[in-house]
Design a protein around this ligand. Structure first.
Ligand code: NAP
Length: 318
């Protein structure tokens, strides 16, 4: 058990990320009281059934009042409204953070409303799965994953260190980064791959000469790997693209150019160009495994036993 870092933690939104934070924070004893608010009464009741918190609030103000740490775990697009509604009710010296997959927009949406007496430190744990809702969470989600914090230069360093310690106790490696740089990096490592997955699955389902049943039947040929990403929460990903528009378009432009070059190589039978690219990309996969961000063992969609399943669950993260 770690020492308690924050006597009261308020979670706004209790889906995959919120519930995983609740479970991990409880397991490690880094908070004493977990207060939970979410939009719908049904989700709040489910969080209560699962025993994720100590108090459950339909009223967001009651949730954040007296909280030492407030973590916004909702889709990115509602963060401005949340900042407006909590701003006048935050405790002196509280840390306000979030887990959103984009950062520049979060700063624009929240910073103007938050009072000077709180420490605003946007954050993004690079850890997730394609599942959502309070039932999807698990305490091990953050182990061995990076968590990026993007505080402004003016933010109190002691507050940043305390939030960093919180994520480290949950198992993450923490890196500090400029918010706009974060958005560029994530556009290529996360946002573009999701867009490609959504697109390829959409294209396959629209094809007229290949039946849908054949797409499913022969999916192990590669298609299946895209379907995991393309099963991710539509609200979350809609907001990611609407709120990281410039970086996503920039990466998409580069991707389209490279795709056109590949199209040309195929048309002109330029095997060397194809071989050179496919060899380069293979070594990137190796580096990801070596960095502990993926496991080597393939499962080819076959049945795996429960223990392996758990191990795999904690590895299959976005
Ligand atoms: P999720 O499982 O869909 O949960 C979202 C939660 O937000 C739900 O509890 C939902 O509650 C609540 N919510 C929605 N609108 C709200 C509002 N206006 N006020 C209060 N609560 C509201 O989503 P998630 O996967 O945890 O993602 C949450 C955030 O984490 C997103 O910003 C995402 O970018 C980021 N993130 C996700 C992943 C991932 O892999 N999923 C990874 C890293 C970061 P109701 O059911 O009550 O509507």
């Amino acid at each position: 058990m770690a020492d308690c870092l924050f006597p009261r933690m308020a979670l706004i939104g209790i889906g995959l990320l919120g519930s995983s934070i609740a479970l991990a924070a409880r397991q490690h004893g880094v908070v004493e009281h977990i207060a939970i608010h979410t939009r719908s009464a049904d989700t709040l009741a489910r969080a209560q059934d699962l025993g994720l918190g100590d108090s459950y609030h339909q009223d967001i103000i009651a949730c954040v009042r007296e909280a030492d740490l407030v973590i916004v775990c909702t889709p990115v697009g509602v963060c401005e409204a949340i900042a407006k509604s909590i701003a006048d009710h935050l405790k002196d010296g509280a840390i306000v953070t979030d887990v959103g997959s984009v950062k520049g927009s979060i700063v624009k949406q929240m910073a103007p409303y938050l009072p000077e007496h709180v420490h605003f430190i946007p954050g993004h744990p690079i850890a997730g799965t394609e599942n959502s809702g309070p039932d999807a969470g698990f305490a091990e989600l953050f182990i061995g994953r990076w968590c990026i914090l993007t505080p402004a230069d003016s933010v109190d360093r002691d507050a940043v260190s305390r939030l960093q310690a919180f994520w480290e106790i949950l198992g993450s490696n923490v890196e500090l980064m400029d918010a706009n740089h974060h958005d560029q990096v994530l556009a290529i490592t996360s946002h573009l791959p999701h867009l490609i997955a959504y697109n390829i699955v959409g294209t396959a389902s629209d094809l007229e000469m290949v039946r849908n049943s054949e797409v499913i039947k022969y999916s192990a040929g590669g298609f299946r790997d895209f379907t995991r990403l393309a099963a991710s929460d539509p609200t979350m990903w809609r907001d990611v693209f609407l709120h990281n528009k410039e970086a996503a378009l920039e990466m998409l432009g580069r991707f389209t150019e490279d795709l056109t070059a590949l199209q040309r190589a195929i048309r002109w039978g330029d095997g060397d160009a194809l071989f050179e690219l496919f060899s380069r990309t293979r070594s990137i996969r190796r580096s990801i495994i070596d960095a502990g961000q993926e496991i080597e063992a393939p499962d080819f969609g076959r049945h795996i036993n429960e223990a392996e399943g758990e191990a795999q669950k904690s590895q299959t993260r976005l």
